[in-house]
Design a protein around this ligand. Structure first.
Ligand SMILES: [Zn+2]
Ligand SMILES: [Zn+2]
Length: 395
């Protein structure tokens, strides 16, 4: 927002930072149908997603199963009266999968050629030529064996078909390494990768688990894509769970003008951060900061590791009244930075830090608690309930 001051009758624009005039939309970026290896028709898939009140959706059937022709785009059942639909494909090579999402159908031939050449850089470039975004899928379990291509838009850091340790490594190793090594913004997204609406696997999957929240300026396909590209993204474990937002105030004016995906510029100044857990409860409760000695002792390297998260998740599970009990962890430049245990519906946490002057860095948040999934699904989700994109510093 611009703020105006009047000094001696002269109107001066004093600050012009990121203006955000949009809204949050929830959706699922990774889904299959009978056009590839899913078990359900497009109409049934759409009906399932609509029943979970998703705002946007995309079918991403495997290109190889369709011999390079995205036949699902032309399926007359691919329509919705309540969801914004994108046009997607899963670029599915032996050495890595990626989702490509676009506003409208486009010529897929260059991406199919890049598939046959096992050339992810050509695929990223072809996606961009078509106005599409390119997002590396499930990089750990079904390994992404290529280098991370230049200009990649997103990484699927939370896949609903993967086990907890794979998702943990996807975010806390693969994504963090890519952010640190590339020095560029790469948006973290979720995708349910739902294949089965029937049968033995179906209870473990489901549209919107996880859900990707996108802050979009317009409720249109392009608005959703622009929001993803900007990193204005937060991930929730399930379609009906709370959303976590991270904002920052770098100039000390009390306005948190930077949101996830934005860059703040720091040159030795303190940056204030505000974490908001939207729709989580009463806003009152107990909060205790996890001692820095414990945070720093995590794995000895300062990095939040999978088994640390499992251990802490078990601690949460063993505590009484777990309904509103959460652990909030801040990851700074790939390392665990600070954290809190909260109970009783605490929905806002503030913290500050003075980033290294002039150097690149980032802050992102993970929340652990009890996800709104049943039974064995809790093992899959590992009590991680939400993950934010970073606020970047000097990126
Ligand atoms: Zn895949
Ligand atoms: Zn898939």
């Amino acid at each position: 927002m611009n703020s105006f001051q009047t000094i001696a009758g002269i109107a001066l624009v004093t600050v012009s930072v990121m203006a955000h005039g949009g809204q949050w939309y929830k959706g699922d970026l990774h889904n299959h149908s009978l056009h590839s290896d899913g078990d359900s028709s497009v109409a049934d898939v759409i009906a399932s997603a609509e029943s979970r009140e998703l705002d946007f959706f995309v079918l991403t059937d495997h290109d190889g199963d369709m011999n390079g022709e995205p036949t699902h785009w032309w399926d007359p059942e691919y329509q919705s009266s309540s969801m914004i639909l994108l046009y997607g494909v899963e670029w599915t090579t032996g050495d890595g999968h990626a989702n490509v999402w676009a506003e409208q159908p486009y010529d897929y031939a260059p991406l199919w050629q890049a598939h046959q050449n096992s050339d992810p850089q050509a695929a990223v470039d072809a996606a961009h030529t078509a106005g599409a975004l390119f997002s590396i899928n499930h990089p750990v379990r079904l390994d992404w064996k290529y280098p991370v291509p230049t200009g990649v838009d997103a990484i699927e850091v939370w896949n609903g078909a993967m086990l907890i340790n794979d998702n943990f490594h996807a975010s806390n190793d693969f994504w963090d390494d890519a952010l640190l090594q590339s020095g560029t913004k790469i948006t973290g997204v979720g995708g349910s990768d739902t294949h089965n609406l029937e049968g033995i696997l179906s209870p473990f999957q489901g549209h919107g688990n996880p859900s990707t929240w996108v802050y979009a300026e317009t409720p249109t396909p392009q608005g959703i894509l622009d929001g993803i590209k900007a990193g204005h993204v937060s991930i929730s474990a399930t379609y009906d769970d709370y959303r976590v937002e991270l904002d920052a105030d770098a100039d000390g004016d009390g306005n948190f003008e930077a949101m996830m995906g934005d860059t703040v510029f720091a040159n030795g100044n303190e940056v204030d951060f505000r974490l908001n857990i939207a729709g989580s409860g009463s806003g009152t409760g107990d909060m205790v900061q996890i001692p820095s000695s414990i945070v720093k002792a995590i794995d000895g390297s300062g990095k939040l590791k999978f088994w640390d998260a499992v251990w802490m998740s078990i601690q949460i599970a063993l505590m009484e009244n777990t309904d509103d009990l959460r652990m909030v962890m801040v990851v700074k430049n790939g390392d665990a930075y600070t954290g809190w245990l909260t109970s009783g519906g605490v929905d806002e946490i503030n913290f500050s830090d003075t980033p290294n002057a002039g150097s690149k860095g980032y802050y992102r948040v993970e929340v652990f608690g009890e996800p709104k999934v049943k039974g064995l699904n809790k093992i899959i989700f590992a009590f991680r309930t939400a993950l934010t994109n970073p606020i970047y510093v000097n990126y």
